[in-house]
Write a protein that binds this ligand. Structure first.
Ligand SMILES: Nc1ncnc2c1ncn2[C@@H]1O[C@H](COP(=O)(O)OP(=O)(O)OP(=O)(O)O)[C@@H](O)[C@H]1O
Ligand SMILES: [Mg+2]
Length: 252
């Protein structure tokens, strides 16, 4: 097994604020790793670095062995990294089906000619992305929301569609940023069921950010805990959760 993604002593400085401070993390291919920490610890920022939205002020990032420290998000997506949104409220002007199709870039031809002239291969890819998105919605019983503007879908539906966008379509690494935030207990159980089934059947690597520690523990044998931009503890989930530094941080 190779390494899917790696952060090596990554620091992020935004103006005077140091958001991440020398964070190292290795995601083995196929591993399922939880990322936990209190509000403002830097979890979303770490996801932003991995996906190219923030560029580190120090350290290195590699995805499947390729140095992506300064790479743009589209380049990192092309390596197979998919990421769900902590806040789905900002997505507007697109139907649920179209939003789901965005996760299927790997099915699309990348050449400029295809993009500009809409060649037959391009149209074929477009149709197959639409078919896959539609059948995905059908399988999870959400097909009636396909043509509905994303912003008009119930909140829980938006969270599911966003998570599905990261899973379906050939991505190799899923970075899920708080898939359970704002969900009811019932929806949370459905999300757990969806992710457990998907991760059981696919070879995808998972970095799962969530405040619900028992949800993370159910899905991830390994864990990294951060606080104030620094790694607090890393290792197996049970060892991290038993670490006095983590207990102190979560209880305090
Ligand atoms: N673009 C930005 N500009 C200024 N400060 C930022 C920016 N992004 C993140 N921060 C700050 O960095 C810190 C870490 O934020 P981040 O969103 O990564 O935390 P988090 O662990 O995801 O928190 P939460 O659990 O609330 O989602 C916070 O203090 C936040 O205010
Ligand atoms: Mg966050």
């Amino acid at each position: 097994m190779g390494i899917a993604a790696e952060l090596e002593e990554v620091s992020v400085q935004l103006g005077p604020v140091r958001i991440l401070d020398s964070v190292s993390l290795t995601l083995e291919e196929g591993a399922h790793v939880g990322l936990v920490g209190p509000n403002g610890a830097g979890k979303t920022s770490l996801a932003n670095v991995l996906c190219g939205y923030y560029h580190p002020s120090g350290g290195r990032v590699r995805v499947f062995g390729i140095d992506t420290t300064r790479a743009e998000p589209v380049r990192i997506a092309s390596l197979g990294v998919r990421r769900s949104l902590q806040s789905v409220g900002r997505v507007r002007g697109i139907t649920a089906l179209e939003f789901l199709e965005l996760g299927m870039e790997t099915l699309w031809p990348t050449s400029m000619l295809h993009t500009v002239f809409g060649t037959r291969a391009g149209r074929r890819a477009e149709r197959s992305a639409t078919r896959l998105a539609a059948s995905t919605l059908r399988e999870v019983g959400l097909d009636r929301f396909g043509p509905v503007p994303f912003e008009d879908c119930p909140y829980g539906v938006r969270k599911f569609v966003d998570v599905l966008r990261t899973l379906v379509g050939g991505g190799r690494v899923a970075v899920l940023d708080e898939p359970t935030s704002g969900l009811s207990d019932g929806e949370r159980a459905q999300m757990l069921d969806l992710l457990a089934r998907w991760m059981g059947e696919s070879a995808m690597t998972l970095l799962l950010i969530d405040h619900d520690v028992s949800f993370v523990r159910s899905l991830c044998p390994d864990m990294i805990a951060i606080e104030a931009g620094r790694v607090l503890s890393t290792g197996t989930t049970s060892s991290v959760l038993a670490d006095p530094a983590v207990i102190h941080c979560f209880m305090g």
